[in-house]
Design a protein around this ligand. Sequence first.
Ligand code: HEC
Ligand code: HEC
Ligand code: HEC
Ligand code: HEC
Ligand code: HEC
Ligand code: HEC
Length: 204
Amino acid sequence: MRGVIVFALILVFGISSLFAAVKEETVAGKCMTCHKEKSMGLYNQWFQSKHAAHKVTCLDCHQANKSESDAYEHEGAYIATLVTPKDCGKCHEKEAAEVQASYHATAGEILDSKDAYLAHVAGGEPVAVTGCQNCHGGVVEIDPNSPNKLSLKSFPNSGIGRINPDGSKGACTACHTRHSFSAAQARQPEACSKCHLGPDHPQK
Ligand code: HEC
Ligand code: HEC
Ligand code: HEC
Ligand code: HEC
Ligand code: HEC
Ligand code: HEC
């Protein structure tokens, strides 16, 4: 019983100290209070992550300049649903540079290969999208008429060589699932074998 009370106290204190640093009535605070209710799973993953522990808020990742092609107005802020390696690189410069320079970042270029042509001709667009771009990535298209500015034809996409509207390549979420963004999770073989799975890609 005492354990439960201590746990509850820690929890309450933990939450209030987070909100003490990020005032609830600020724009950044409102993102969390509302989404805690509207998207509980997502909120909890974030809340238990290193990011929440270091007071990295929703807005720190999702905030966008009005002039960015994927920016839209949402609850008093300009945000983008897309969070690219360039956005993560504001804080993780080293990792973003490593990803950008990796062979993985070129994986979207197979879209111009004869293999991809074969997939388009033999299977059509749906095969190319679900059958290749899921793993390799593709060009993320902007649709000005979509509420989140992203075309349904090319998003969601967490392909490893995704080509982003801001020019950066790849998606950190290919290995670090959202919204935990955990190093331990990315270290598991499963983080790789969802793409490196054989039989025509036999590494697993
Ligand atoms: C008053 C409630 C409320 C507030 C405040 C709020 N949101 Fe939302 N947000 C929503 C709802 C509802 C949705 C739609 C959820 C869904 O996809 O069904 C949404 C959707 C989103 C999406 C995804 C849109 C998409 O492409 O599917 C993102 C990203 C987002 N919010 C981030 C934020 C950020 C960052 C803030 C702080 C600036 C914020 N939200 C503030 C309610 C809110
Ligand atoms: C560390 C950066 C980061 C933080 C912090 C973050 N997000 Fe996200 N969020 C992402 C990424 C990355 C995606 C996937 C979009 C993409 O593929 O680029 C995403 C996607 C979303 C989506 C679209 C639904 C989905 O899961 O694809 C919503 C809604 C959203 N975030 C809301 C929030 C809210 C609310 C918070 C704060 C509680 C938050 N995010 C904090 C990086 C972040
Ligand atoms: C979302 C899919 C995806 C995930 C997840 C993924 N890979 Fe890959 N990987 C690829 C693709 C696609 C290629 C081929 C790249 C190309 O065509 O440019 C590749 C290529 C590689 C290569 C070959 C590089 C070279 O120089 O020849 C290595 C090594 C590799 N991946 C290791 C990993 C490891 C380790 C992980 C997990 C930590 C991982 N990959 C996770 C899709 C993925
Ligand atoms: C399940 C995930 C997955 C799917 C789906 C997938 N690939 Fe791959 N692909 C990979 C991985 C992983 C590699 C890296 C293999 C290696 O380096 O040996 C790769 C490598 C390749 C390569 C060699 C690239 C290079 O530079 O070495 C080509 C070409 C290719 N894929 C084309 C395609 C096409 C076209 C499709 C759709 C018909 C497709 N792939 C579907 C995961 C996938
Ligand atoms: C191919 C899979 C893969 C991709 C893509 C990837 N990561 Fe990682 N990341 C990992 C793995 C695996 C680890 C754990 C390394 C270890 O064992 O310490 C990690 C660790 C990290 C760490 C913890 C620091 C450390 O050295 O332990 C940070 C921060 C990070 N990644 C950020 C990013 C960012 C930002 C991106 C996108 C620009 C990204 N990662 C893309 C696989 C990936
Ligand atoms: C506003 C700054 C900021 C942004 C933006 C940001 N991060 Fe982080 N990230 C941090 C801090 C602070 C930590 C905790 C200290 C550390 O490990 O460096 C962290 C830790 C991490 C870790 C290690 C977690 C662990 O389990 O040890 C990963 C992985 C990571 N971030 C991925 C990402 C990805 C992917 C994005 C973009 C979608 C992103 N971060 C965006 C600040 C940021």
